[in-house]
Every structure is written in structure tokens, then in C-alpha cells.
Design a protein. Structure first.
Length: 191
């Protein structure tokens, strides 16, 4: 029997932006009703992609400042990063560039990045998605996706895209970064 491939996905972003809720919604199919700050948590899901069985490991990290040292330990061997902000916290989008992209760069993380807007059910009608798309491009991301763990809208898309992108990057041997305007445009819906 052939060994199962693995794709490692690390989820980062400010505390309380909905990272854990998004992961639980995807892995367990339910929405947690209580907020419990995460220090470090792993989830696994066996999936099939292009006829291959893959162990999709999902690393949930703490967004609070005091956990930087333990959080950055999870970055090693990551195949894909999901950098999250929430629609109910405008400062979390600013921190994508000011904090999270810098931290990943500082630790020489070469894996592709997907920008994820969480809590889409709380999105203000005046929110301009092009601002998030622009930040996604500025940080070298390969896409931008919005989701809501509460309604499950977009959650499967986030993780299917992460799986495909991470698997492609890993298959390329880490030699080429899966990114570029064409790919970003397809993910974000821009032409």
C-alpha cells in the first residue's frame, strides 16, 4: 500500500478573528458557540485530491502577541498559509500587512499564502473587497476568499483551495512559489 501524502496548512491571524471556528466548521461540520482562545491546536482530515489520498494537517495558531515563539514553531515545513482577518475587526485587516506578512517573511516562510476574510456573515455592506484583494497582492498572496464559519458559506472553498495550492507547491518541490496575478485573480474572482 502506498504511503499517504501530507499537506500542512498553517492558519494565522489576530486573536478572535475566527480561525478556530473556521477550522472546526470544516473538520467537524459544526460551529462552536463559545470563544476559547487557542494556544496551539492541530486538526487532521483525510481527503482525496486528484485520486490521491492526502492527510490534510491543519495547524491552528494563537494570534496573541505573547505566543509568537510557540506560534512560529508551527511554520516549519508548511505547504500553505491561511492569513485571516475578520469583517467585524477592521484592524485585523491592517495587521495582515503590518504584522502577519512581516512575521512570515521574517521566518523565511516560502509557502504560498491565501488571504481569508472570516465572519462574512458580519460583513458591512459598505466593505470594499478590492481593499482586501489589494492587501492580498501586496503581501504576495495567491488568492483572497471570504467565508463564514457560522453559515459555512465559503468554508469548503477556503480549504479546497488551500489543499490544491499546498499540494501543487509541495509537488513542485518548493522550487516555485505558486502565485501570480493570474492565479490571484482566479481565486478572488477578479478578471
Amino acid at each position: 500500500m502506498a504511503s499517504m501524502s501530507e499537506v500542512k496548512c498553517v492558519v494565522v491571524g489576530d486573536g478572535a478573528v475566527g480561525k478556530t471556528s473556521m477550522l472546526i466548521s470544516y473538520v467537524e461540520g459544526k460551529f462552536p458557540t463559545e470563544y476559547v482562545p487557542t494556544v496551539f491546536e492541530n486538526y487532521e482530515k483525510e481527503v482525496t485530491l486528484e485520486g490521491k489520498h492526502i492527510n490534510f494537517t491543519l495547524w491552528d495558531t494563537a494570534g496573541q502577541e505573547g505566543y509568537q515563539k510557540i506560534r512560529t514553531l508551527s511554520y516549519k515545513s508548511a505547504d500553505i498559509f491561511l492569513v485571516c482577518f475578520s469583517f467585524d475587526n477592521p484592524g485585523s485587516l491592517e495587521n495582515v500587512k503590518a504584522r502577519w506578512a512581516k512575521e512570515l517573511k521574517q521566518h523565511r516562510c516560502q509557502a504560498p499564502i491565501i488571504l481569508v476574510g472570516t465572519k462574512a456573515d458580519l460583513k458591512d455592506a459598505d466593505f470594499d473587497s478590492s481593499a482586501a484583494e489589494k492587501i492580498g497582492e501586496e503581501i504576495g498572496g495567491c488568492g483572497y476568499i471570504e467565508c463564514s464559519a457560522k453559515t459555512t458559506q465559503g468554508v469548503d472553498e477556503v480549504f479546497q483551495t488551500a489543499l490544491k495550492t499546498g499540494f501543487s507547491a509541495k509537488s513542485a518541490g518548493g522550487k516555485e512559489k505558486v502565485k501570480g496575478k493570474g492565479f490571484f485573480s482566479r481565486l478572488s474572482g477578479k478578471k
